[in-house]
Design a protein around this ligand. Structure first.
Ligand SMILES: [Fe+2]
Length: 383
């Protein structure tokens, strides 16, 4: 009775090879096929056969054999071409290929190796040599598969950790931006302006930045930075900040300091939003013609963000009611802005303002002071 010479159930590098290794034999000679099939079965291997190169490639793709024994001389395509085709496929690239031929010459061996063959056997096949070669190739294959499995596990783990890190970063960034936003609200609380003012300011600034053509990243930064433009009001005494009616020249000098105080509060950060907030705090009262404060900057000496914030702040202040005056009519405010083009305001920003006027007015309607109670619990707008 035929018996298998050895069992292929073994443990290799922690992997259990509990399946019978399948050897695909590709040979056009029926006698060779029969002899090899019988020998391999006796050695305990499962055997698949193919008698042409194309059939060999098809069976390799379908059956994923453990090893391919490949005759060089085939009726359709050469064994070298079959070997190349097999090695070119990702799923089969690790499948060992043994070229089997009657040609023992150096050129054929080199050609076989060039085609990616792993081993070379010369007919007539020595049974002991065949046994040892197959055993070694199976070990190498199991080792390669183990390494590939480990690499896949590691890659999946790295991808998972990267995703977790990304989520943690996003959460941190959200919390950071929310704190910045709430700092802006805190600064506004003592004033008669409401939280809706900084909501509108954010949107006006972003609309203007977009209309001027600033990149999306800058639009985002100005959106989050603009609520802090008046954070320096924290340092202004109540008697001046909350005074009903016009300020005396001395009081106004103190009031002007909210720009410098705000910039000091926000200075020294590496975060782009806080850096921009510092710029806005310092420059939002500068004027295009140099008549603003605190440094009487003129024209393009004033950072563009500051020029944007200046117009947005002015428009919102004029169109919002104050304890000492009602809101100024839109038409009147638009007239003032037109008149102040090239004087108080940068002509470029004024142009952008009128181009986006419809959207600005819609934003004004959406974020009204009356709805402030609701807005205090509103989530931050999407970034
Ligand atoms: Fe201000």
């Amino acid at each position: 009775m035929e018996h298998k010479e050895r069992s292929h159930r073994s443990y290799e590098w922690g992997m259990e090879m509990n399946h019978e290794p399948k050897i695909l034999v590709v040979d056009d000679d029926p006698m060779n096929l029969m002899v090899l099939e019988a020998t391999l079965k006796q050695l305990g291997y499962g055997v698949l056969t193919a008698s042409t190169g194309k059939e060999g490639i098809e069976k390799a793709q379908q059956e994923k054999p453990s090893i391919i024994l490949l005759d060089v001389m085939l009726p359709d395509i050469s064994g070298f071409q079959v070997c190349e085709a097999v090695k070119a496929q990702r799923a089969l690239a690790n499948t060992p290929v043994v070229m089997v031929t009657a040609l023992g010459d150096r050129e054929s061996r080199l050609k076989g190796l060039e085609a990616g063959a792993d081993e070379y056997l010369v007919k007539p096949i020595d049974r002991v040599e065949l046994t040892l070669r197959l055993k070694n190739l199976l070990k190498v294959k199991a080792y390669n598969e183990y390494l590939e499995g480990m690499r896949n596990i590691l890659e999946a783990e790295v991808a998972k950790r990267t995703q977790e890190l990304q989520r943690a970063y996003e959460k941190l960034d959200e919390a950071y931006l929310e704190i910045i936003h709430r700092l802006g609200r805190a600064a506004e609380f003592r004033d008669d302006e409401t939280g809706a003012h900084i909501q509108r300011m954010s949107h006006y600034c972003r609309i203007l930045a977009r209309e001027i053509g600033l990149p999306p990243e800058k639009q985002k930064e100005i959106f989050y930075a603009s609520p802090m433009h008046d954070v320096g009001k924290i340092g202004i005494p109540d008697g001046i900040l909350l005074k009903r009616g016009p300020l005396s020249p001395e009081e106004f000098e103190i009031m002007k300091k909210h720009t410098i105080i705000g910039a000091k509060i926000l200075s020294g950060s590496e975060h782009p939003v806080l850096k921009m907030a510092e710029t806005l705090a310092l420059t939002h009262h500068e004027r295009w013609d140099g008549s603003g404060y605190p440094h009487n900057l003129k024209g393009k000496e004033i950072p563009l963000e500051g020029r944007i914030c200046s117009l947005a702040d002015f428009f919102d202040a004029c169109t919002s009611p104050r304890a000492y005056r009602p809101a100024i009519k839109i038409e009147e405010v638009l007239g003032i802005i037109k008149e102040a083009k090239g004087k108080h305001f940068d002509p470029l920003v004024v142009k952008a303002f009128f181009k986006a006027l419809e959207e600005i007015l819609a934003t004004k309607e959406k974020y009204t002071d009356a709805s402030e109670g609701e807005r205090r619990t509103e989530k931050l707008p999407p970034r």
